[in-house]
Design a protein around this ligand. Sequence first.
Ligand code: PLP
Length: 433
Amino acid sequence: MLYYSTNKKAPTASLQEAVVKGLAPDRGLYMPQRIGRLPGNFFSEIGDLGLQEIAKTVAEAFFGEDIGKEKLDTIVAGTLNFEIPLKKVEEGIYVLELFHGPTFAFKDVGARFMARMLSHFVQERQEEVNVLVATSGDTGSAVANGFLGMEGIRVFVLYPSGKVSDMQEAQFTTLGQNIIALEVDGTFDDCQTLVKSAFMDEELNTRLKLTSANSINVARFLPQSFYYFWAYAQLVRQVQAGKTVISVPSGNLGNLTAGLFAKRMGLPVGRFIAANNRNDVFREYIQTGQYTPRASVQTIANAMDVGAPSNFDRILDLYGHVHEAITNDISSYKYSDEEISTAIKHVYLQSGYLLDPHGACAYLALKEGKKTDETGIFLATAHPAKFGETVEACTGVPVRIPDALAAFMQHKKQSLPLPNDFDRFKKKLIGQS
Ligand SMILES: *Cc1c(COP(=O)(O)O)cnc(C)c1O
């Protein structure tokens, strides 16, 4: 399968090129040339299939031409070795818990898949690759843990000193091996600028093979479609699934886009809801047809604090830039911190179910947008213990921290301090490689 750039000014790329490059040379996002529909009998039998079986079928549709079946099955099995349960929260409302991976956030799925696929290509090319990732918290932990111990791949995690939680910091600074944490004296935006400058720097790119591991990379965003099929499979097992709507807590829109791909492949989901916090650039686009990226503002659902969602162009491309086609499939709502906090409290009091701020935002959007004849699923993207202080402030009850999450805190932090200075960053990259 070939991949084209959403900017249409770069040559098409093989899967290997698209994964190793990350972004297309014209700064566009890679899209697969075809999105095949899965056969009808797959959907009629889906309720009897397991998570890995389903994911293997979906993975083959995207990557089967480029990676042998046995290898691909190994990549899928290595990625999805944890539970993704669908639970009933109230009548007609279900939650898909995507946070049972090693770092307790949904990004584990994409990061682990990408790490295995990139490692496969690195072995084929016999060439070392350096992954650069700027993080405000969750991406760094998922990517660092996903790539830990992968031969031929070195990961540089840039994070703003003093601006991530102790728990988040522990998840990517205590690993060692091929994971190098750079503690930047600056903000998250400074980290992102350093990474972007590195991709633009000619000397650096001739000396080192650099790639990114955020959701612009096809190997990270496409595998996120697996669990939409799995959600549906579990739903048909539990109820007569009629009309279905899925609510996605959205930031860079990678997760939502993966759901839209699943629908294009034939998944019988009626429509999607994009839940925004106060950073509602996408909701505004859905409402008005105007897209106005802007600086992000800080909220309690901070993994969704995005002012210029990187996957927006993929959604435009998927629907041929037709606003009406997009709004036929997607509606969108936004919530303030107060509304999110109140939802965490109310749901806990009413049903005993503990939401994290991101899941709570998706829950609210589902409550507001779901029609009475629809069954609704919302995605819970982070474990509530990852946002323990916020959640405890809403419910008044301390959140129990899973042992595996607490274990990260017991290891020694190893980070390299870095001034907010590109030349110093460049020296460090070259020196470490
Ligand atoms: C990254 C993240 C999101 C947003 O996902 P996108 O794919 O960027 O839209 C939502 N919730 C959590 C917990 C996240 O880490």
